[in-house]
Design a protein around this ligand. Sequence first.
Ligand SMILES: NC(=O)C1=CN([C@@H]2O[C@H](COP(=O)(O)OP(=O)(O)OC[C@H]3O[C@@H](n4cnc5c(N)ncnc54)[C@H](O)[C@@H]3O)[C@@H](O)[C@H]2O)C=CC1
Ligand SMILES: O=C(O)C(=O)Cc1ccc(O)cc1
Length: 302
Amino acid sequence: MLPFANISIIGLGLIGSSIAHAVRESMPSARITGFDADPAVRARVIELGFCDDVSDSAGAAVTDAGLVMLCVPVGVIADVAAELAVDLPDDAIISDVGSSKEIVLAALTDALPGARIIPAHPVAGTEHSGPDAGFATLFHERWCILTPPEDAAKADIEQVKAFWEKLGANVEIMGAKHHDLVLAVTSHLPHLIAYTIVGTASDLEDVTRSEVIKYSAGGFRDFTRIAASDPTMWRDVFLSNKEAVLEMLQRFSEDLTALQRAIRWDKGDELFDLFSKTRAIRRRIIEEGQDDAAPDFGRTHD
Ligand SMILES: NC(=O)C1=CN([C@@H]2O[C@H](COP(=O)(O)OP(=O)(O)OC[C@H]3O[C@@H](n4cnc5c(N)ncnc54)[C@H](O)[C@@H]3O)[C@@H](O)[C@H]2O)C=CC1
Ligand SMILES: O=C(O)C(=O)Cc1ccc(O)cc1
């Protein structure tokens, strides 16, 4: 049985379009209605044909929905929820794919009192954005974390879980606050480090830009991929998960200072011990078959 017969997707970029492609593949009889605030995106989605209907307002897109999936940057979720509030059917489940969850849960609860809210975060993506970037297999064997409010109906959680499993994801359920702490270290901090390191390299006066490009082997190249991620989306992630990101950044700077000291004072044993520990972590990830599901260094989709 289909988890949902009518699915509305608000925001038709990388994640929204990937969900649409994946629904088309795994639930071909489900009807997909889309909306995006950008008219150029709407026009492109009509050309690409991955929605059955493209509406010209968020409200019009949700009137028949069983599931509404908000696939917009976290910073506009509250506005979008307010925009569609009067048109949201009483029995629809509203969900999202935002990378930080505590703020999303608060925004949806405020804007849509009494609604059936089951936030989600597929821990899968790429550095690309827009409706051309989506693909049906994005969620295969990747984690999708649901962060339902404490009073959510079990049946609603199960229905959204079944939906993501149909798209090929493995589903985990956790509290929004815990999600934000975990993702701060596994995804948000790595992105922040990538943005920093690529920025630092491009600022160096005695290394020309062409040398940075020419010799960007291995590690640095992986960082440039991450640092090419969407600026709007990542600005919103850092501002919406401020507390956890700052906490992890504090720990990271302390560890960096310790490493700095070890290099300065020739503490080879300390460096060797740390690098052995980190190598063991990587090997465990590979052994457990999680290298593709790990968030998310070095993963490319071309
Ligand atoms: N990019 C990634 O790898 C991942 C992103 N996410 C989350 O998914 C969400 C969407 O990200 P992407 O698809 O990558 O971004 P994207 O930039 O590819 O798509 C976002 C779309 O939302 C539209 N939009 C912006 N404001 C809107 C509004 N007020 N009403 C309707 N549409 C609006 C934009 O025009 C754009 O087409 C974000 O919340 C992000 O945190 C989650 C997992 C992975
Ligand atoms: O492209 C990568 O390596 C990513 O890390 C993709 C990604 C970006 C944001 C998320 O919330 C989850 C996954």
